[in-house]
Design a protein around this ligand. Sequence first.
Ligand code: PHE
Ligand code: ZN
Length: 881
Amino acid sequence: MRTDTGQVIHLADYRPTDFVLERVDLTFELDPTETKVEARLIFHRRPGADPAAPIVLDGDELTLSGLLFDQVEMDPSRYDATPESLTVRDLPESAPFELTITTIINPEANTQLMGLYRTSGIYCTQCEAEGFRRITYFLDRPDVLAPFTVNIIADKDANPLLLSNGNFLGGAGYGPGKHFAAWFDPHPKPSYLFALVAGDLGVVEDTFTTLSGREVVLKIYVEHGKEPRATYAMDALKRSMKWDEERFGREYDLDIFMIVAVSDFNMGAMENKGLNVFNDRYVLADPELATDADYANIEAVIAHEYFHNWTGNRITCRDWFQLCLKEGLTVYRDQEFSSDQRSRPVKRIADVRHLKSEQFPEDGGPLAHPVRPTTYREINNFYTRTVYEKGSEVTRMIATLLGKDDFKKGMDLYFDRHDGQAVTIEDFVTCFKDASGRDLTQFSLWYHQAGTPLVTASGSYDAAAGSFTLSLEQMIPATPGQQTKEPMHIPLSLALFGENGGKLEPSSVEGAEYAGEVLHLTGRTQTAVFHGIGSRPVVSINRSFSAPINLHFDQSPADLAHLARHETDHFARWQALTDLALPNLLKAARDAREGKPVVCEATFVETLLAAAADESLEPAFRAQALALPSESDIARELGGNNDPDAIHAGRQAILKQIAEAGKDVFAGLYAAMTTPDDFSPDAKSAGLRALRNTALTYLSHAEQTPARAKAAFDAADNMTDLSHALTILAHRFPDSAQTREALESFRDRFAENALVIDKWFAIQAGIPGAKTLERVRALMDNPLFKRTNPNRMRSLVGTFAFANPTGFGRADGEGYRFLADQILDIDGRNPQLAARILTSMRSWRSLEPVRADHARSALTKIEQAPDLSTDVRDIVERTLK
Ligand code: PHE
Ligand code: ZN
């Protein structure tokens, strides 16, 4: 493990390397514990660079076992090797030269899952961000690009498959029991996109013919026997390839595209050139084992990694500060893909829910950072919701500001101008400025200023003048390292609705740019006057969530109900329903805390039930509307001094009241929303299941017995229904005999299936209440639990810490102490995973004082532990600051 060196990296210190890498030739002799890596690297000194400068290559836990200069053994006086670097002096002033570096590495001992490691008997690599330096000494940074040749030698029986990036050159036997394969990737790439996989796997094969008529071979590798479970992923891949051609004009560029599913992986998936490596949970699916949410995630992640081929690989990042250049843009692209494949408003609702529940707390807490940060200690800790999801929102705002045509022109210019380069956010934004002529200087603050802007709005109608005046004010909260902020350019999609529900078109607007239904808020305060408005309008602001902001706009329940019925933008209808729900939930939390009875406002319940029963609305939309803001959403809105038990109790009381008032509606939906016997994972069928299952949840609140959920559990013929019923049983009736029986039968039925057992762990980790900690502890000793597997750890410890406010946040602080012990244990094996799970503490300051104190002590215990990794030290220190 790399323990912390305290080193901080600054964007301002960026400078190009002194040496240019021309070519890379790698030879791997694979062995589980002693793999020999020979790297032949051809460099020349960059014109203009210091003629005496040595070359300094990065390493991480490496030992050098051989070094040749132009094929001749190098005199030890000319170089220094440490585990972290290899420095070579006296190099030619301008002539190209070759370094041949040999290292011996131990894949079996690699528990960090960075570099070359073993998972379920196969060899696999993960190099982003800085894993390649665990394989060989290298200029391990994204602005060093070269074509790679890779030769792999391994035991033939154990490793019939030998894969790397690019196109297959050839293979043959290689001495007794061994064979080799050679791959060549003609597209210059940085080391973080390198991949190697070797082992014995099953495969699903297909082909795709590109727009220009080239045939590409597609292969998805999975464990033997799981091939049928990869067909949905293959289908999603082909749809992604087609969509990228149609929507962005991007064609695939190699003869083969491969995906390998592995069971030990720190992240979701990785876009290595031509050889994507996936966490198997984003590949494997069939109706018996995967939920509708799993299918949707698989489709999105397959698309995301495929889209990286252009946004990430062909055009990559100059340095890691530019991470959002590839990630924010690629998330935007995968969200658009899913919107086109499914329902656009429902996808938008799901994405905004996710943004608010994951990115907003990050942006509002101690870990807040700009979409394009300027400093970091550990780059692994910057694969964040801010870089990814807020980065996508910023791209989306560019599309909103420019309009469809100019946005497309800007993207085309970007692909044209920067293909083959490693570039910056400034380069990206300049393309849109050049394509549209729009000044994006103020807009660029979205990349540089952290924190979620708060926009406060108030309106007044002047009947005599026929005008509506909207006053807006923006405030960007202070965040770590950024005390004061400049006003931003905030594009607000906005429309006015009349009494009969129709849209009111203003004859002119004064005080702000308003075009294509977008109002441009650019000042700290701004007043817009809409003329030609014949009756009092109901205003809808930030439709489709055009900007990632918090909006304070005091609208009456009647106006919100009006929008919930008449808005043409269905996202905005959902927003109106949510805005109706929130004050009720906030008040419920306060009342529950004071031991007062919880009562729900009538307009809200009526409007919600009307939406639930409205057959003109998609079932998936109705399910989203009925899924009220979560406990952590409520906590975020309350803002401080939070008591998770009161929030939980208040929310449960509201659910019960809605359930009782809507008993007939829910019984009707439960009976009506059926799907054909033949399972299909399409969005429409998924929507029917979602609404039916939501109705079941409410019915269980109305009935207060596990009977109906148990019957649903017994009758379920797909994983969506089965896991939903199990969740109701476990979360609402944890101590009932029915729940015990259901949990046992689920475990016995799926014991062989790790991804399904993850659901079993997660459902139990999410059971509300103080007793769950004991259950989580016991589950950690369950033979089905495996500490070294990131998916298992995330499903049990991760779900407990991130998604169980009353269990994890129990008043005596035991949950936080438990987490501290787990983090220290995980950190010894897998720092990235430990740091990621530790971010669950990011909102500790908004807890009530007793819990906050316990949380601080737990964090301090971590901080004071010896030998912390850089990853955990960085997170714990920022969280405590
Ligand atoms: N680049 C990957 C993605 O978002 C994420 C990733 C980062 C995977 C670091 C592994 C390690 O598509
Ligand atoms: Zn990505």
